[in-house]
Design a protein around this ligand. Sequence first.
Ligand SMILES: *Cc1c(COP(=O)(O)O)cnc(C)c1O
Length: 467
Amino acid sequence: MAESAHSIAMFHHHCGSAARQMTDRDALADQTRQSLKDARPLLWIRPAAAAGADACRWTLEDVRQADERFQRFAPLLAMLFPELAPVRGTIESPLLRANGMQAALRWPADMGKLWIKADHDLPVAGSIKARGGLHEVLEYAEALALREGLLRPGQDYRVLAEPRARDCFASHRIAVGSTGNLGLAIGVIASALGFGAAVHMSADAKEWKKARLRARGVTVVEHAGDYEKAVAAGRAEMRDDPHGYFVDDERSPSLFLGYAAAALHLRGQLLAAGIVVDAAHPLFVYLPCGVGGAPAGIAFGLKESFGPHVHCFFAEPTRSPCFLVRMMAGSGQLPDAPAAPSVYDVGLDNLTEADGLAVPRASELAAAVMETRLDGVYTVADDRLFADLARLHDSEGLRIEPSAAAGFSGPEHLFASAAGQEYLRARGLAPAMAGATHLAWTTGGRFVPPEEFDRFLSRGKSSAAYT
Ligand SMILES: *Cc1c(COP(=O)(O)O)cnc(C)c1O
């Protein structure tokens, strides 16, 4: 294996004594806590939730409505973005078989097949933010246009490109706080529709993302602090502006449902590819996680669509695992942590080259939905992200950003760690692994400048995790 998942001493569960299993579980939890604090890669499995109310207020019907909103806007999007003309305004990405990458990762035999959901190639935004970010701005624009009498229900939305609508949009401003990609998505769609746009960027944000926005006339405000500070600044700027709208990455239902709509399209893609999802053919999905909105939205949509046969794992940097910290605290496994803990609370520094994932505290909205749905979280060291980025380039010719590589080490955790093997054993999944589909969600990269990508590639090839 290219780099074995963090090796935890193997536990044996054949003895069958409940007391013994309890001890094993406690020992595993101790090791997980230690690895978390030491910023070493680990896999954490969510313990079965105590019976309680499900905090989620959405159903598949809400997800369908988000999908229908994208469809209503498609003719307008095809008009505003030349790159969308050939696909008639559809914001979607391919599902790719990754035979070469699977070979490069040197999986054990009979563990199933690796596929990629290529959101790194999403048009307009070049990242998964094209789903949530576009959806929220479209929802806002739609509501505003209906309210102002610029649009009638059922009308062709291309009317929103006419001067009357654009003049109205121009008197409204949209703001957002971001580590880069959400700002890019919001700034691009807002300015294309004619809105004023302000993007508050955290210190992690890459220069080229800021330059790309400024070239479109978007106001970019740079902050010396982290993601939370950038979000707070954006929120404060919009608070007293009656014509201002703040896209709140930490709390937004509209972002969440825009991401969730991906599940509906993926369902059709799996069908078209002849991929069955059932008890004998489990689907494992590996989702890079920042604040948690994108992976939680997608996991929610997938769980609603596929029930118990889909297994969703979030992937986070070893030094920035905010969702893991939040889920462990919620399960009582970090007794000293506050209710909404940050990675700083466990002594981590939130420093990672995976700018899309550099978030210190999880979204409470995403955490509440995932508390009863998430299967697990694993962490990845930056070196491994770069190594997988390089491997993916060499084996499949794909160009992704470091954050988007976090999905590729997930399967190894399941195959090789004690926590992963216990997960498969406890659910009777071991015999089904030969028929499994492993889906790594590549979340960004399309617009990374070539010089920047070359630097990623050389860092990957010189990393110890690349062999
Ligand atoms: C934003 C982002 C994610 C994660 O989305 P969150 O909603 O922040 O969890 C993953 N990968 C990339 C490249 C991103 O930009």
